[in-house]
Design a protein. Structure first.
Length: 482
């Protein structure tokens, strides 16, 4: 299968509200040889305020966010088209599972596209950072590293690339970071060729789930407080080894006295599960966990000091005791339900509901997506009357407002503009970025000589900030009469 290594630059670190402003991607064959590359950048849509910090990190100055050839909508259309052309593939980014993947899903959702392109329709996804962490857990000298402020090996892409002989001064442009990711992964692939396929087998959620249900003992790689660890684990009974609410795998760390834990009554087991370090390990099937053969865990502390026959006995006890597994799952269910009850009851905005807003109505509208995108803007507006999902109608109106506002009826245009104004001009602490939050952030960066990002001089930084500040002032002016 081909690989697609990709990276995005955004205007925010909050996935529900982030806007992709640049993307880079490289298509590789099964031998990691480049076949094609793609990059695109777009103008900022006129209905949101960027984070000054995000723009400083990826050096998106006022010209880049206002004068690009592509609108945001046009860029996402190109991305979807290219990713479909390159499918099926294994999609890989650096620290992508929790950020890039989340952002592109939500961006596709908000632009009336199927959100899960990187892990459906024959595609699977993995995270280059997970692979790097696992490679270090197996061999701490696999790559040259430097220590970070906390005295741990730095896993930052720029740092790893620089120390391993790759030019890294262009880091934080999307295509450049994609190139660095390819180079780092290729080093690991060549140094650990047998492990490479082991790392990647959990690209598929189904494969990861089947592994847990079928194996008696496996090695799980996890990363805490700047260090990569290997845990020797036994999954719970096959009928009850998945979290009843979150659908994550559950396994017992084999360094614990399993016999003693299994003798506990329900109440005491509940207490034991809350203690630290935890005896129960969670495997998030959909987050590309690293699950390796048991031999890797047997070689490290504390497992290598435990009699292998005792490890096998403990694993057998875990795997065969269905009541113990059911009790654990019931305790997990109670904790999850309690957490949901105490969770914030505030109304979610449509942008925050990709997972919680229900799929039934959304799925009924999916067949309309293609027609929406191939229609002219008047046709797009008319087609929105056929959509059942209110969220998608709101998103559709926003797309038209940004791309062809002149075709909107005056009452709808004013309603959309008022909604945007009430958001971005709010003086409260909001979940999205506001004009006032931007000004505070900009002032703080301006006055703090430690916040230099990759600017070479203070004057360069101040000029950059003045430009993006003017951009936001113009936005504020645009909406002040809404």
């Amino acid at each position: 299968m081909n690989y697609v290594v990709w990276d995005i630059e955004t205007d925010s670190a909050q996935t529900d509200w982030a806007t992709i402003i640049e993307i880079g991607a490289i298509l590789l064959d099964e031998n990691f040889k480049e076949k094609e590359r793609f990059s695109a950048r777009c103008r900022m849509p006129q209905d949101r305020v960027p984070s000054a910090t995000a723009l400083c990190i990826n050096k998106s100055n006022v010209d880049l966010i206002t004068k690009g050839n592509l609108s945001h909508y046009e860029m996402l259309a190109q991305v979807e088209k290219k990713f479909r052309e390159w499918s099926p593939a294994t999609f890989l980014g650096y620290s992508s599972i929790n950020f890039d993947d989340e952002v592109i899903r939500k961006e596709f959702f908000k632009s009336l596209r199927k959100p899960y392109l990187t892990n459906t329709e024959g595609n699977v996804r993995h995270d280059a950072l997970n692979i790097v962490k696992a490679a270090f857990a197996i061999d701490e000298n696999i790559l040259k590293t430097e220590l970070n402020d906390k005295g741990n090996k730095s896993m930052k892409l720029e740092s790893l690339a620089r120390l391993n002989g790759f030019e890294s001064s262009g880091a934080h442009s999307a295509l450049f970071d994609t190139e660095l990711t390819v180079k780092i992964l290729d080093l690991i692939r060549k140094k650990q060729p047998i492990l490479w396929s082991e790392y990647l087998k959990t690209s598929s959620k189904v494969v990861a789930e089947n592994l847990i249900k079928q194996e008696n003992i496996f090695t799980l790689n996890e990363y805490f407080y700047g260090k990569s660890y290997l845990y020797l684990c036994a999954p719970l009974h096959p009928n009850s080894c998945v979290h009843p609410i979150y659908k994550w795998g559950q396994a017992v760390d084999l360094k614990v006295d399993v016999e003693a834990i299994q003798k506990l009554n329900y109440e005491d087991l509940n207490k034991e599960m809350k203690k630290s370090p935890k005896f129960l390990r969670t495997i998030k099937f959909n987050k590309a966990p690293i699950i390796l053969e048991k031999s890797h865990g047997m070689k490290v502390e504390p497992y290598k000091k435990i009699d292998p026959s005792l490890i096998s006995k403990r694993a057998e006890l875990v795997k065969t005791n269905e009541k113990f597994s059911i009790d654990i799952c019931n305790i997990l269910r109670e904790a999850a339900e309690e957490k949901m009850e105490t969770a914030s009851q505030e109304d979610l905005e449509p942008e925050e509901t990709i997972y919680s807003g229900g799929f039934e109505t959304f799925n009924k509208d999916v067949p309309l997506f293609q027609k929406f995108h191939t229609s002219d803007w008047k046709g797009k507006f008319a087609l929105l009357d056929k959509f059942k999902d209110d969220r998608l109608v709101i998103f559709g109106h926003s797309l038209i407002y940004n791309e062809a506002p002149e075709i909107l009826p005056k009452d709808i245009y004013k309603k959309i503009k008022r909604r945007i104004a009430s958001r971005i001009l709010s003086t409260n602490k909001e979940k999205w970025w506001t004009v006032s939050a931007f000004y505070s952030e900009c002032d703080e960066i301006r006055e703090n000589d430690d916040k230099m990002f990759s600017f070479k001089t203070v004057d360069e930084k101040l000029k950059f900030l003045d430009g993006i500040n003017d951009y936001v002032m113009n936005l504020e002016q645009k909406y002040s009469d809404a």
